[in-house]
Design a protein around this ligand. Structure first.
Ligand code: 2NL
Length: 341
């Protein structure tokens, strides 16, 4: 078979093979097969010397034309494939900007913290300063300075967590106020939120850890009227403008006189219902006039200054406000606590 015939066959075969290419790798393989260093057409070109001299020039011209043609076909098929890849990628990566977005799940404050901040802010608005203290306290700051007698039952190992000799996990935030009074002269007007610990067996209204907010106001001539007025504002701000209040006599070692503050029932408004056990009232906090012995312990002149103090359980108030019947629900780590408000 002469070179010319072979070249024409290679030309047809290459044209078909290139047309059949689907990938850039196919194109490269076809290039190697036909016009590569050992390609079919390259080998023919090398044989040109064997052709009769009179037709060598003509055949050479034809072979080179065919090589140019194959090169051109490879090039145009390659750009077809590249273009196809590009359109495919464009179609695949198209973003439908009209699709509705996915809303991120926004967290909310836990009810306990929400109520804590709300209450602290009410007192900050009345001129109280928010301060904090350590959770591990001296037995002295937690009990002695607050006029607890040595035999008081809450000092018992079975009622408080002792962490070392003379140190206890605070059972209330009062010791933080003791620290404030020891560190500065009156006037003192502070509100102290924080975690407290008592050795209780968990039930619907008790946990061994809970949050408390206490407030303390000490100055010349602070009276029971100041206590009543301040707590009346607190009750209206936190429970609503229609809320009625009453004070019931009580006993605390660290205040004298002492009282508990009740608010009119949030559910029935005072007519009587299941929540208020038909009394019409809900107990919200304890309060009183600071006991002179407390002033003596912190080095204040108990004849010159007076003060009022109060303490409330944050979870208890959150339960009342949000109708939560069991304090343990607040600590079950259920996501509903962060999304239902
Ligand atoms: C309650 C009662 C109360 C206080 C806390 C207090 C603090 C100092 C001096 C005097 Cl430094 N009193 N705090 C006073 C009365 C009641 O808490 O049942 N809380 C849940």
């Amino acid at each position: 078979m002469d070179l010319h015939n072979e070249a024409v066959k290679i030309r047809e075969a290459a044209a078909q093979a290139i047309e059949a290419c689907r990938t850039i790798e196919d194109i490269e393989a076809a290039r190697v097969k036909y016009i590569g260093r050992k390609g079919e057409l390259t080998l023919l070109l090398r044989k040109l010397g064997e052709a009769p001299p009179e037709s060598r020039k003509e055949i050479g011209r034809i072979l080179n034309e065919i090589k140019d043609e194959i090169t051109e076909r490879l090039k145009s098929r390659r750009s077809e494939i590249e273009q196809a890849h590009r359109s495919e990628a464009l179609a695949r990566e198209t973003i439908d900007v009209t699709l509705p977005g996915r809303r991120p799940r926004l967290g909310k404050l836990h009810p306990t913290l929400r109520v804590l901040e709300e209450i602290v802010n009410v007192f900050v608005g009345l001129g109280f300063k928010a301060v904090e203290g350590p959770e591990i306290e001296t037995e002295y700051n937690n009990f002695d300075a607050l006029n607890f007698p040595p035999w008081h039952p809450s000092r018992d190992d079975f009622d408080s967590f002792y962490v070392a000799d003379g140190f206890v996990l605070r059972t209330h935030t009062s010791p933080a106020q003791i620290r404030v009074m020891k560190s500065q002269d009156p006037p003192v007007r502070v509100v102290v939120p924080g975690r407290c610990y008592r050795r209780d067996t968990p039930d619907a209204s008790h946990l061994m850890s809970f949050f408390q907010i206490e407030g303390l106001y000490v100055d010349h001539d602070v009276s029971l009227a100041d206590l009543k007025g301040t707590l009346a504002i607190f009750a209206r701000e936190v429970f609503g403008p229609e809320t009625k209040i009453r004070f019931r006599p009580h006993y605390f070692p660290f205040t004298e006189p002492s009282a508990e503050l009740d608010i009119s029932c949030l559910v029935c408004g005072g007519r009587g219902c299941r929540l208020c056990k038909n009394s019409g009232w809900l107990e919200v906090l304890g309060c009183g006039m600071v006991h002179p012995n407390v002033f003596k312990h912190v080095g204040y002149d108990h004849k010159a200054v007076t003060g009022f103090a109060f303490g409330l359980g944050v979870e208890r108030i959150a339960m009342l406000k949000y109708g939560i019947g069991d304090i343990r629900t607040l600590y079950e780590n259920d996501i509903k606590m962060l999304s239902h408000l």
